[in-house]
Write a protein that binds this ligand. Structure first.
Ligand code: GLA
Length: 388
């Protein structure tokens, strides 16, 4: 590409660096409410203790930026006057955010940014939102852009739509920026109102099991699901007065239109309608500290995602089935867009090691793939670590 180039390892830029800033931007889990955000429904995510760490400095140049990724062992060189899409996946998150910021302000000047990630890519805990939001948050501080948290969330989402090509909802960027230690967040994706709900699950723990597979279907199938929901909604709207999303569609309306929708659209829409109901039920259960019920709802969600919405895969289904049989696991399900990544499990602390051991062995035997397991806790959203 003529307007940007990549170089391996760091190169000396020859510019002077003044203000230094270190930012941490977290991945997220979602307790329940999957594929509901772009249908203007409810979600219940939280930021987690796996973060991407950014170190920023202004380099004194008007337009030359360097973004160095430790994970890809590569430095992206960007000319702020000429930003366009790249063929390289991770570049587009960076370029997309810069493009969106530039549409709002011309205050961004040359900078260097060093990125080190502890959020595994493609694992369903949204390393992408962590990357977008951390970059936008850091540049906002570095150049005093005056962006509010919601500006950062929304421009990061647009970057993903316009540069990466995934027509994602708002959940991931919201969770990464707004996260609060020991809390999940009930977000109404229609009004964008949200509530922090305290989640103390002792003696249980949150455990992520990473399938370490990421089927390439993800982006295409994601956009297809979104379209199918719109198609289903259009049929409902022929018969009922409902607004512009599945949010206000009821299961009775779907029953009425079942024939006309056909099994595929019906299953997609009925999953979404019932998932919205499950989120509200889970919130009630959580407020009563009824973790058993939360776990039961998680298993139900997984069944819906696997059979009706069809965004799971054999590896995820295998791990959830294993969890269901294991005493001491209250609930388990795939999280995120699907087709790979992690399952989220609510597991009794004492029994966690034996469950991980059993799952790792069984998964290796069945798929010949090593499982990664990590306990996680609910953490604060994107924040400054150091400024000097
Ligand atoms: C991805 C998207 C989110 C959301 C989830 C599914 O993570 O980025 O907006 O739609 O999938 O719930």
């Amino acid at each position: 590409m003529k307007n940007k180039k990549t170089i391996t390892k760091t190169q000396k830029s020859g510019f002077s660096f003044d203000l230094h800033l270190q930012v941490a931007s977290p991945g997220r889990i979602n307790l329940i409410g999957e594929h509901t955000d772009y249908n203007e429904g409810y979600v219940l995510p939280a930021a987690i203790d796996k973060t991407i760490i950014f170190s920023f400095s202004r380099n004194g140049s008007r337009n030359r930026c360097t973004v160095q990724s430790m994970d890809y062992d590569e430095t992206l060189v960007i000319d702020l006057d000429h930003i366009s899409k790249s063929t390289e996946g991770w570049h587009n998150y960076i370029l997309g955010v810069l493009h969106e910021i530039k549409l709002k302000t011309d205050k961004v000047k040359g900078f260097h940014c060093h990125i080190e990630s502890l959020v595994p890519v493609g694992s369903g805990i949204s390393s992408s939102a962590a990357l977008e939001c951390g970059l936008a948050f850091g540049l906002n501080e570095l150049f005093q852009l005056g962006l509010e948290k919601w500006d950062i969330i929304k421009l990061s989402q647009r970057a993903e739509h316009n540069f990466v090509g995934t027509k994602c909802g708002i959940m991931d960027q919201f969770a990464s920026v707004m996260g609060k230690k020991d809390h999940v967040m009930l977000l109404d994706c229609k009004t964008l109102d949200f509530d922090y709900i305290s989640m103390n699950i002792e003696p249980y723990k949150l455990l992520l099991l990473n399938t370490n597979v990421s089927h390439n279907l993800a982006t295409g199938e994601y956009n297809t699901r979104r379209r199918q929901c719109e198609e289903g909604l259009a049929i409902v709207q022929k018969h009922f007065q409902v607004e512009s999303s599945l949010r206000h569609v009821t299961s009775e309306m779907l029953e009425h239109c079942k024939q006309e929708m056909g099994p595929l659209l019906y299953n997609r829409c009925s999953y979404v309608v019932s998932e919205n109901e499950r989120v509200l039920k889970a919130v009630n259960a959580l407020k009563k500290n009824d973790l058993k019920e939360v776990g039961r709802l998680m298993f139900e969600t997984h069944r819906g995602l696997s059979e009706d919405y069809e965004v799971s895969c054999v590896e995820l289904d295998f791990l959830v089935a294993l969890a269901k049989e294991h005493e001491g696991v209250l609930g388990a399900r795939m999280i995120g867009g699907g087709f790979g990544g992690c399952t989220l499990n609510i597991v009794q602390g004492d029994g966690m090691a034996s469950f991980v051991e059993k799952a790792t062995k069984a998964y290796q035997e069945r798929f010949g793939i090593e499982l990664s397991a990590f306990q996680t806790s609910l953490s604060n959203g994107t924040h400054i670590l150091k400024k000097f």
